[in-house]
Ligand binder design. Structure first.
Ligand SMILES: O=C(CO)[C@H](O)[C@H](O)COP(=O)(O)O
Length: 289
């Protein structure tokens, strides 16, 4: 019953044990290392209500949870942050719950697009940030897992966020980063775009378009996504920026997660894991897997 669905992790579908896993490229191996380490440290036997985030790292989280065994998972319930993680949970044979039944979760583990030195994150690369933030905020412990490319000093500066070229009427053009994902009501998307362009110094903010559908990406909540690049100076104060964006009428949720993360785990290319904790401590963990 407990088997990782191949649609989420084709190269791992036959193997709950790492030694039988087919070779992964460096990034995939790093995602899996981060996920396994976080599950081993934070999903304890007594944790019964567990949030499962979205993205390509989270299937490794579920894989490790499955490896804890049927007995351990029998009386647990798993809450998804979107359609993808809902499918991941049900196809894995784990029990699916509904966030509307729970005001507190034991732990949520999710991916991130980027994490800064203070554990602020950019999320929403998969357009799931509303549900992700709800499940992060109601969890006693919110843990982020990612590969080494997401580990940044300042948001917007990692390789996963290439800086777009931009002309600007300034002698020294400010450095703009690629976007902060912003979920907006479709009705308000043009007015939010205008406010981002004119009031919040994000002239390159654009509506995210779908790849295999005509028109914009539509979220699990029926909304649109705007990707808004900001200057490095703005992203050095992510909480201030979050508040400004959130106050725009029509904004449903912003993919800036501030002061929520308890710990972040980054898989490295050399097989180690770097961890950062909310109290400012860091750890370098040599993998035993
Ligand atoms: O925020 C997210 C989805 O909205 C994801 O957690 C984020 O995009 C990271 O994804 P991946 O694990 O594929 O790098």
């Amino acid at each position: 019953m407990y088997a990782l669905p191949s649609i989420f992790s084709p190269s791992l579908s036959a193997a709950p044990g790492m030694s039988r896993v087919s070779p992964l490229d460096a990034v995939e191996a790093a995602k899996r290392l981060a996920a396994y380490t976080a599950v081993d440290r934070h999903i304890r036997p007594e944790d019964k209500v567990i949030g499962i985030g979205s993205g390509s790292t989270v299937p490794y989280v579920v894989e490790r949870i499955l490896q804890q065994g049927e007995e351990r998972n029998r009386d647990r319930v798993f809450l998804p942050t979107g359609f993808q993680s809902q499918q991941l949970i049900t196809h894995s044979g784990l029990r699916l719950g509904d966030i509307m039944q729970y005001s507190q979760l034991d732990v949520t583990i999710d991916g991130a697009d980027e994490v800064d030195a203070d554990l602020n994150c950019i999320k929403g690369g998969g357009a799931c940030q509303l549900r992700e933030k709800v499940l992060a905020e109601v969890a006693r412990t919110f843990i982020v897992v990612a590969d080494y490319r997401k580990n940044s000093a300042v948001l917007g500066t990692s390789v996963s966020f290439p800086v777009p070229t931009l002309t600007h009427n300034s002698p020294t053009p400010p450095k703009y980063t690629s976007g902060v994902p912003i979920e907006v009501s479709p009705f308000a998307h043009t007015s939010v775009l205008r406010s981002l362009h004119t009031m919040l110094d994000s002239p390159k903010a654009t509506l995210r378009m779908a790849r295999a559908k005509a028109g914009p990406v539509v979220t699990d909540n029926g909304n649109f996504i705007i990707d808004a690049p900001f200057t490095e100076a703005a992203l050095r104060k992510p909480h201030e920026l979050l508040v400004k964006i959130k106050l725009l009428t029509g904004v449903v949720e912003v993919g800036l997660f501030c002061d929520i993360v308890k710990a972040a785990y980054f898989g490295n290319q050399d097989g180690s894991v770097s961890a950062r904790f909310e109290n400012g401590e860091t750890a370098h963990i040599e993998s035993s897997n």
